[in-house]
Write a new protein. Sequence first.
Length: 356
Amino acid sequence: MHRRSIIVASAVVVCLATHLANAQQAPGLHNSSKTFTDPDAITQADIVDPQEVERTWQAALVRVPTGLGRSQRTTFEDLAAQYGDGSRKFPVAIYMHGCSGIWRGTHLRVKFLADNGFLVIAPASFARTVYAQSCDPSRHEGSMFRDVIKMRKMDAGHAIELAKSLPYVDPENVLLIGLSQGGVTTAKHTVFNERRSVTARVIEGWTCNAGWYEYIGLDAPKDEPVLSLVGSKDPWYQNEWNEGDCWEAMNKENGSISIVYDTGPLATRHELLEFKSVQKTTLEFLHKHMNLPLNATQVQRILTDQGYDPGPIDGIWGQKSLAALNELRAERSLPPVADFEASSQELLKNLLRREN
C-alpha cells in the first residue's frame, strides 16, 4: 500500500560490536581530523575535478557479505581476485556518509547492509584534498558550505557508475542510501544516464526541505522507489525552512514511503538506523523493491513454515538453524552443507515463490 506511514517507536538501540565502537578513523576522514579548505578558496573547477572525485572512490569503505548475517571489510583488489570472473553478482549499496565524514555510525550502517547481502561501497568525500567544513554537530549547525552538495552528488554519481561496471556487481540491483547530508545527496542525486541510475533509494535523517532551492525535494525518476526516515523532533530540523518530511516530493504510485517517527525515543533521533525496528522496516522495503538474497530471519521463517525447527526466528544463524536446513535438504535428496550457500538460497527462494 503506497502511503505515508507514521510509526510509534518503542525500539531498542542496536548495540555496536566492540570492534566498531573502538574503530579508529583514517586520518583526515572525519571532522576531528580533516584539514579543511577555506570555502572562499574553492572554485567550481575544484568541485568537478576528476582527480578529486576519484580520491573519494579510492578511499571508500568496502564490505562484502560472507554468509548469512556475516560480512567482512575488503578491498577492490581482493574482490577482483575472488570474483573478477563474474561468477557471482552482488547487489550493491552505495552508502553516503553524513557531514562529519566517516565515524563509527558509518561502519555500523555499512556492516548492517553487508550482513544483509549487499556489497557496500561507501565513498569518502573527505578524501578530497580541497574540501570545506560543512557542519558542526556539537551545535547542530549545518549548511556551512553551500556547494558541498554539488561535491557530494559528483562523488555519488561517480561511485554508482564505477560500481555498475564491476564484473561482480549486479547492475540491476543498486541501492543509493545516505544519512543526513548523505541523505540530501541521496535525495538530490540526478540520473543523467543509465550508468548512474539506481534501483531504490533510502534517505535517513533528512526532510527534503531547506532554505536553499538546490537542496529541496527529490530528483528520483518515477521508477525509483524511495524510503525516507526522519524523526519529527530531529534536533537538526526544527526551523521553519527545514522541518517536515519527504512525502510531498514523492511519487505516490511507485511504492515510495515517508516514515515520520513522532513518538518515543525515535522522534528526537537524527541517526535512526541504529534501531532494530528501523532496520526491519528498511529491509522490508528493500526486499519488496530489489532482488536480494534471503537473510537469516527469512530463512528461519521459511524453515519454520515448512515444518522444521531452526530455533527462534531471531536472525541469528547457528547450528540449530543449519540442522533444520540440512533436514530439508535431505528430504529432497540433497547433500548436507556446512553453511547456507547458493544452492540452499535457490532452494528456499523456490519454496517462497511457490507459497506466494
